[in-house]
Design a protein around this ligand. Sequence first.
Ligand SMILES: *Cc1c(COP(=O)(O)O)cnc(C)c1O
Length: 390
Amino acid sequence: MDATPPADSPSLTGLPGLPGLPGLPGLPGLHSVVRCDTSAREWVSWAVGRLDADAHRSADTHLLRLPAPAAAPVGVYLKDESTHPTGSLKHRLARSLVLYGLCNGDIGPRTTLVDASSGSTAISEAYFARLLGLPFVAVMTRSTSPSKIALIEREGGRCELVADAGQVYATAQRLADECDGHYLDQFTNAERATDWRGNNNIAESVFSQLAKEERPVPDWIVVGAGTGGTSATIGRYVRYRGLPTRVAVVDPEGSAFLPSYAGEPAGSVEAVGSRVEGIGRPRVEPSFVPGVVDRMLGVPDAASAAGMRFLAERFGMRAGPSTGTNLYGALQLALEVRAERGRGSVVTLMCDRSDRYASTFADDGWLLAQGLDPAPYLAELERAWTTLTA
Ligand SMILES: *Cc1c(COP(=O)(O)O)cnc(C)c1O
């Protein structure tokens, strides 16, 4: 694979007003309009090859099993998405969004990529933009953690900070329009940019990694929703494959997803947006597909903090807060599986690592200032784990 992009060649120019290409005999009566720019197509082909080569030297992420006695009746698994080169499950999404833009003809050799993000997606998009030699601009709120901003800048991206979460979409669209760039629009395109039928998406990967387990078809897969793309991919995949596995979405405080799913009229519950970065949104995002979500669970933010701490203290797993939310919901469903069926398995995700949250969820002083006390929830998690492993 060639590491340098193909040089620009002057595009073919024909005589104006003529049908077809000049000089070539053809059928009469045609009115031909040509938009194909050969050098741009060559570049797209090179770019897709670069993404392919990048994937080729990457490994799949681990499916960890929470360590428990061999006889434990319910297996709890964590798909470790923190081991992608850019540290979160957004690596998959960013790759899909860039491929989608390339194959839609929206990204060419001089296109500036722009997206609205709470940080993790932008880190991954900056990585892929740099891989293709394209400029990248992330539009985020001022509250985004400095460590995420540093990671985006380290990948060569630029950050545009706005006052509140509601502004990010229009600002990203405007910046893209102004420079004739491409708004990747993760919140709209996440559900469509990923091939839900397979193609090594996260669902196919999880099921293939479970193949040799005692209970290879999980009762539940538990995920959070930021774009909603991950839950859409998994929910569609289990239906397409005829699997009985159900999909649960956990939602933090302040999110618009759960009230909408519960049938509350839009606007009747104030959704301010979430403290748990990556999940919970101030609006129901277009990529959230409620029809493939079997159940939703609202998780208090203090319980998410407890989930994070439980993983760190019990298993030495340093996960971020949305993984804490996932764990809290997953152990609830594991308890239900144990009570109703006796045996089974539950899968959830490790979305990213705690080092991105050193000044927020991983900081006791911050938790206290936010009025979050994980202690009672931590005790409940310990009790649940004892029940599950007894
Ligand atoms: C985006 C994100 C999620 C949710 O995934 P979606 O596919 O966007 O719904 C969960 N955790 C973290 C850390 C994220 O960045």
